[in-house]
Design a protein around this ligand. Structure first.
Ligand code: ZN
Length: 579
């Protein structure tokens, strides 16, 4: 890692506005030459926290914490020195210079800067196309129909991708970007005669990182357009879907000020909520919160309110996301929305009702017990479900309250209520809460073996990993591990903490060592993972009784894909030289 020059650090110190910086965390008022407020580091009623705007230092007489602007960002956002300096430099518009950076560092930095510029250019192109083209009229109508104001659409830099084959690619190539760069930025696919645009005929949502730099795009299908409904940028050097929190760049200050983030599922939900004045809203990229997203949120706030569609909130993935958030120390509340409404509908239909729902959001335990009570079955079954959830919860006021709720609702005898409170259900009843994965499924074994072999054969591993969507892995830790490995093999592992991954990497190594790693074995596993994923999607689609036309087409496409994958697997096996 290269060193930031002393001159840059001095320029940064001069540029930082300490009252603005600290004021984003805790309200300050002037008191003589200083500013005072309640300490952001400890809980207190009378202000003992003081800021010197000239010397740019802070100190708390209560907990004795103090420091300068960099220390403040490190402590409040849980960043290391370099990241804190970069965050501040971004925020106060200071250009950082680095000492003794190696030529390789410089080259990587320059390459990344070019990709970021390419993405930003593309975003600008999509924005112009949304507002100026005839073709985008249905998209503008769609947004207006969802109640999203033009100002909001502009604010979030929404755009539209032309349905023509290569408008974005052609524009980028004309500006001197290369086909390889288009691929790395996730903007192109391979056409017969060179790169073609990945996004065509879709509404475009730029996906920015926490510092507002566009890393990729989410593209929504328009009525009558080709499935899938949402198409994202592929995983690449700049875009890792599971790390992104949509809207965090815009919501960050409001989240820090409120101490809380509202987390929704959809891009449109974020737009609608911001528009309605809930500026501390962000979206997970899909239903579940990932570890990386929770880590990002944990840096700016201590609690989250999840406002998912009524059905989605109860889904396994959402529940897992809640568990991850709680596991990382975030207080989680679940906002009850009217059935059939997403947050955007709800807030546009009745803003006050939405605000009340936010205020009265329940804790995860209350939410889960409520669901257990609402799901049908005999009284014994309902009791068993609720008891299993309560038994797994640590002692708390909320838990006591839920014991009372269940006892009340099911009219339990005092004896049964006491047993419920003591939390001694049979082991079997508690099991579904945290399934012990002692035996892995064949798919899970293959996924681990694939990653293990990719580590053992870094050249081929890098190639195949970069072609695989990490969403193909069946559980979240492996998805994150795959993302980490991809960065590692691409030589970009520097920002990751190696410690966190060490145990899993050791396991993967051991898994691969039991087999004989070979390119052909790795390739076979690669196709098997595709097959598992395709079969998974097929299963999900088939579970749905009445498919609409586009879903039927999707089903057919998947069935054909499955046959092709089986044939590919056959041929890979037949040509394996070493078996
Ligand atoms: Zn303090």
């Amino acid at each position: 890692m290269s060193t930031i020059t002393r001159e840059s650090l001095e320029a940064l110190e001069a540029a930082v506005d300490m009252v603005d910086l600290v004021g984003g965390r805790t309200p300050l008022r002037r008191s003589g030459a200083r500013y005072v407020g309640r300490c952001p580091f400890h809980d207190e009623r009378t202000p003992s926290f003081s800021v010197d705007p000239v010397k740019k230092v802070y100190y708390c007489f209560g907990c004795q914490r103090g420091g300068d602007h960099i220390k403040f960002v490190r402590e409040t956002e849980n960043l290391d020195f370099a990241a804190a300096v970069e965050t501040l430099a971004d925020r106060y518009g200071v250009r950082l210079e680095f000492e003794q950076s190696s030529p390789a560092d410089e080259r990587r930095r320059a390459e990344r800067a070019r990709l970021l510029r390419l993405l930003d250019d593309a975003a600008g192109f999509y924005v112009r196309y949304l507002w100026e083209s005839e073709e985008a009229a249905p998209a503008r109508d769609y947004l207006a129909g969802r109640g999203i104001a033009d100002a909001t659409v502009r604010d979030f830099r929404l755009g539209f991708a032309p349905s023509a084959w290569d408008r974005v690619c052609a524009a980028a190539l004309a500006k001197g970007f290369t086909a390889a760069e288009l691929g790395q930025a996730g903007l192109s696919g391979r056409g017969r005669r060179g790169p073609v645009d990945r996004f065509r005929g879709r509404l475009i949502f730029p996906l920015a990182d926490v510092r507002g730099r566009i890393r990729g795009f989410g593209a929504r299908q328009m009525p009558g357009g080709e499935p899938p409904k949402y198409l994202n940028s592929p995983e690449g050097p700049l875009f890792h879907k599971t790390d992104m929190v949509y809207g965090l760049d815009r919501a960050r200050a409001a989240i820090a000020a409120a101490g809380r983030a509202i987390v929704v599922e959809g891009y449109t939900d974020v737009l609608a909520l911001h528009q309605a004045g809930f500026a501390n809203t962000v979206a997970s990229m899909g239903t579940a919160l990932t570890e990386a997203q929770v880590t990002e949120l944990r840096r700016v706030c201590s609690s989250v309110s999840l406002a998912f569609d009524a059905d989605a909130a109860g889904e396994e993935a959402s529940l897992r996301g809640m568990a991850i958030a709680e596991g990382k120390g975030l207080a989680v509340r679940v906002v009850a929305l009217p059935a059939g409404q997403d947050p955007a509908d709800a807030v546009l239909a009745d803003r006050d009702a939405f605000a009340r729902a936010l205020d009265s959001a329940a804790g995860v335990l209350s939410f889960r017990v409520g669901r257990a009570l609402a799901t049908g079955g005999t009284r014994d079954e309902v009791y068993a479900r609720a008891a299993a959830i309560i038994a797994a919860a640590p002692p708390s006021v909320e838990r006591d309250e839920q014991v009372r709720v269940v006892a009340d609702r099911l009219r339990l005898t005092d004896d049964l209520a006491a047993r419920l409170a003591a939390g001694r259900p049979q082991r079997a009843a508690a099991a579904p809460e945290q399934p012990a994965k002692l035996r892995r499924s064949p798919r899970e074994r293959d996924e681990r073996l694939f990653l293990g072999m990719a580590l053992a054969l870094p050249d081929r591993g890098r190639e195949l990993l970069s072609e695989l969507d990490v969403a193909y892995f069946s559980d979240e830790p492996l998805r994150e591990a795959a993302g980490h490995m991809r960065r590692l093999l691409a030589g970009e592992g520097e920002t990751e903490d190696a410690e966190r991954w060490a145990p899993l990497m050791a396991e993967l190594n051991a898994v691969a060592a039991r087999e004989v790693p070979s390119d052909s074995a790795l390739e076979e596993l690669f196709w098997k993972l595709h097959l598992y994923q395709t079969e998974d999607e097929l299963k999900t689609l088939r579970r749905n009784a009445d498919l609409d036309l586009s879903q039927q087409q999707e089903l057919q496409r998947l069935e054909e894909l499955r046959l092709r994958l089986l044939a590919t697997l056959e041929s890979v096996r037949a040509h394996a030289p070493d078996r």
